[in-house]
Design a protein around this ligand. Structure first.
Ligand code: Q9C
Ligand code: ZN
Length: 342
């Protein structure tokens, strides 16, 4: 399988994540991609290729222009305001405040455009997010042109990024950008299957009123885990999007058997909807030893996941999302992709 990867992923080098009331070294760290690459090379998955630069047009097809401008300028504005640490939001347009007004000061803009506080912005964040969406676009272009599967080793991840909000370690929604590109190239309906432990709130929100993208997510129950305020089973889409958003919230500790049985339901929906391309938001934070998650996949289970996804018989693009057990992240990703090719 062909992998797309950009060395510019390393440009995201945040030092802080607000975690349980303490600033810690981010779970979403540059070593993640290094270790995945190492294992893909070791296991002989196939060629690893750098993507072209696709510019901002495909980003603006799913994100707000002012949001993108904010991300491009945030770090400079934060420095210009004289702040010492990394850019972290600490106030939001909460209920009964002015939710529609974007303040002048960078501290006000940060809260306006953030959906959570764990994701610090620092030098190089925007450049890495640009590289990450190029990785996704390279992968989807390749699969559109050849019908062959591809893997986009995206970093930073994307599925929490909404139309005009960053958070959950995400800035641009790589899967949404790729799906939109596939539609523009002539695909009539695309499935995004999100297997990351966390609900893909950003992807859901971007396509919630549309029937050309079927979004299906299996994830930890938002009653008890991030992102808390989206990802419930009764969120089925709106307007012509009704029926094209499907959430499977699952309890902490869900067995792999139950998870795989739920996947069967998801794949049946994808078949029934006549999807012409499958984009997998591949979070391997469903791993049993993930430090911030609560599902129970073993490394071997990831091989079975890949095998089952191949049986859907669709042109497929895998895009990296979460996965924070760095010692095993390479094997877990590699097992999915090799499983798909068996
Ligand atoms: N500080 C992805 O997997 N907070 N994002 C969890 C740990 C945010 C996960 C608590 C989790 C975001 C792409
Ligand atoms: Zn996740």
């Amino acid at each position: 399988m062909l992998t797309f990867y950009s060395a510019d992923s390393r440009l995201r080098q945040a030092r802080t994540e607000l975690h349980d009331g303490t600033l810690v070294a981010p779970f979403e760290c540059p070593e993640r991609v290094d270790l995945v690459l190492k294992q893909l090379r070791l296991s002989g998955l196939g060629e690893i290729r750098a993507p072209s630069a696709y510019g901002l047009a495909p980003v603006l097809a799913v994100h707000d222009k002012d949001y993108v401008t904010f991300l491009a300028n945030c770090w400079e504005a934060w420095l210009a305001a004289g702040h010492e640490g990394e850019a972290i939001p600490n106030i939001w347009p909460a209920r009964r405040m002015r939710g529609d007004h974007i303040p002048h000061a960078i501290s006000g803009q940060l809260g306006y455009y953030a959906l959570a506080a764990e994701t610090s912005i620092s030098a190089g964040t925007f450049e890495a997010a640009m590289a990450s969406k190029d990785v996704a676009l390279g992968a989807v272009e390749y699969t559109l042109q050849t019908g062959e599967p591809s893997f986009g080793l995206c970093r930073p991840p994307g599925h929490h990024a909404a139309y005009d909000q960053f958070g959950g370690y995400c800035f641009f929604n790589n899967a949404a950008i790729a799906a939109q590109r596939a539609l523009e190239s002539g695909k009539r309906r695309v499935a995004i299957l999100d297997v990351d432990f966390h609900h893909g709130n950003g992807t859901q929100q971007i396509f919630y009123r549309r029937d050309d993208v079927l979004f299906i997510s299996l994830h930890g129950d938002p009653e008890v885990t991030f992102p808390y305020y989206l990802g419930y089973a009764d969120e089925g889409g709106e307007g012509k999007g009704e029926g094209f958003n499907i959430n499977y919230p699952l309890p902490h500790g869900t067995s792999v058997a139950t998870w795989m049985a739920t996947l069967e339901q998801a794949l049946a929906k994808i078949q029934a909807a006549g999807c012409e391309l499958l984009i997998v938001s591949l979070g391997v934070d469903i791993f049993e030893n993930d430090p911030i998650s609560a599902f129970t996949f073993t490394s071997e289970d990831f091989t079975n996941l890949g095998q089952r996804l191949a049986q859907a018989g669709l042109p497929s693009v895998f895009l990296m999302e979460g996965g924070y057990a760095v010692d095993e992240i390479g094997v877990n990703v590699s097992n999915v992709l090799h499983g798909f090719e068996q």
